[in-house]
Design a protein around this ligand. Structure first.
Ligand SMILES: NC(=O)c1ccc[n+]([C@@H]2O[C@H](COP(=O)([O-])OP(=O)(O)OC[C@H]3O[C@@H](n4cnc5c(N)ncnc54)[C@H](O)[C@@H]3O)[C@@H](O)[C@H]2O)c1
Ligand SMILES: O=C(O)C(=O)C[C@]1(C(=O)O)C=C[C@@H](O)C=C1
Length: 305
């Protein structure tokens, strides 16, 4: 595949930056990948794994001469990193990020960037519950969405070039505005994570009553919750603190629905429960038929009854 950027700088060397580096290397998308992470241990790990071509002791040093800078740190750290690197950015560079929330990143990063820098916020809708330099892998973004939320006046060529990098890594690119992104993600990612964290917390309380039964008999549905609830605490703290309004809105709607189901159970309202679960089953089938969950064991074999 053709090279898209001559020199890429990755700030933060965890799951997402590591996966980008592996993917860019495998597909020849970048000439040189420079990296920086806050901890010396992470920098040493990245150098030892070899997914970056050079590791630097400061973010300023890493971004020098870069054509693309990727901010791959927790959302709450984006502003400070942008402030630190701003004086060292080359004119005409594209700065993007991979944060799970977009408006807060735009507000925190935008004001630090000088004229002549193309700021194109982004978010790959792909991840795992693992974090750190050893967790990345080249295929993470294959057949996943990569959402770009260009700001007003974003340069069309710079957006097209960044899109080419994302598609080069196997992703499908869509653009939308940041507030819409944050609302959509509150529905499909942020609130579900909060629910998983809560359910595992409930089970943890119960464990004290029933000793090891919660673990011993945990069925696959609950195990999926525990996987999600094992996600990085810093990352998710920042997501909820920075996508506060949208998450609280969706959580409010969730609570209302929960009360409807709670009441139906109390009243023995079987038809309501059946109708509700029929509707949600259709949603799951729609996702599978659209090819959005290629991990599903029943992929392509959905019974129509
Ligand atoms: N994990 C996912 O599923 C996922 C998916 C899509 C997007 N994201 C977003 O990508 C970003 C990175 O997430 P990740 O999963 O790669 O995390 P990670 O924990 O694997 O890596 C984060 C990196 O940032 C560095 N870092 C942390 N705090 C810093 C600070 N204050 N200054 C400088 N460096 C700092 C860490 O040393 C580490 O190298 C986050 O903004 C997250 O919201 C995560
Ligand atoms: O698969 C997972 O472990 C994820 O949670 C990945 C996931 C998601 O919710 O889909 C998590 C956060 C992101 O910002 C993007 C992707």
């Amino acid at each position: 595949m053709a090279q898209v950027y001559e020199r890429v700088a990755l700030i933060g060397l965890g799951l997402i930056a590591g996966s980008m580096a592996h993917a860019m290397k495998r597909r020849g998308l970048a000439g040189h990948i420079a990296g920086y992470a806050r901890s010396a241990e992470t920098r040493a790990a990245a150098a030892q794994i070899g997914f970056v071509d050079s590791v630097h002791d400061s973010a300023a040093e890493a971004v020098a001469g870069a054509d693309l800078v990727v901010l791959a740190v927790p959302v709450g750290a984006m502003g400070a990193v942008a402030e630190e690197i701003a004086p060292f950015l080359k004119a005409g560079v594209t700065v993007t990020d991979v944060g799970s929330v977009k408006q807060a990143v735009i507000d925190a990063v935008g004001p630090h960037l000088p004229e002549g820098v193309h700021f194109i916020p982004g978010h790959p809708l792909a991840g795992t519950e693992h974090s750190g330099p050893y967790s990345g892998f080249a295929t993470l973004f294959e057949n996943r969405w990569w959402l770009l939320t260009p700001v007003e006046g974003s340069d069309a060529d710079a957006v097209a070039r960044l899109s080419a990098l994302c598609t080069g890594m196997g992703a499908n690119v869509d653009t939308m505005d940041a507030p819409h992104h944050d609302l959509v993600l509150a529905v499909v990612s942020h609130t579900p994570h909060l629910i998983a964290y809560t359910m595992v917390g409930v089970a943890d309380h119960l464990r004290r009553v029933s000793q090891t039964e919660v673990i011993k008999y945990s069925a696959s549905g609950f195990r999926d919750f525990t996987r999600i609830a094992a996600s990085d605490p810093t990352m998710w703290r920042d997501v909820f603190l920075t996508n506060k309004e949208a998450t609280l809105d969706i959580l409010g709607r969730f609570t209302e629905e929960l009360f409807v189901l709670q009441r139906a159970i109390r009243m023995g309202d079987g038809p309501l429960l059946h109708e509700y679960f029929t509707r949600t089953r259709a949603i799951r089938r729609g996702i599978i038929e659209a090819g959005q969950d290629t991990d599903a064991p029943d992929f392509g074999r959905v019974r129509k009854d």
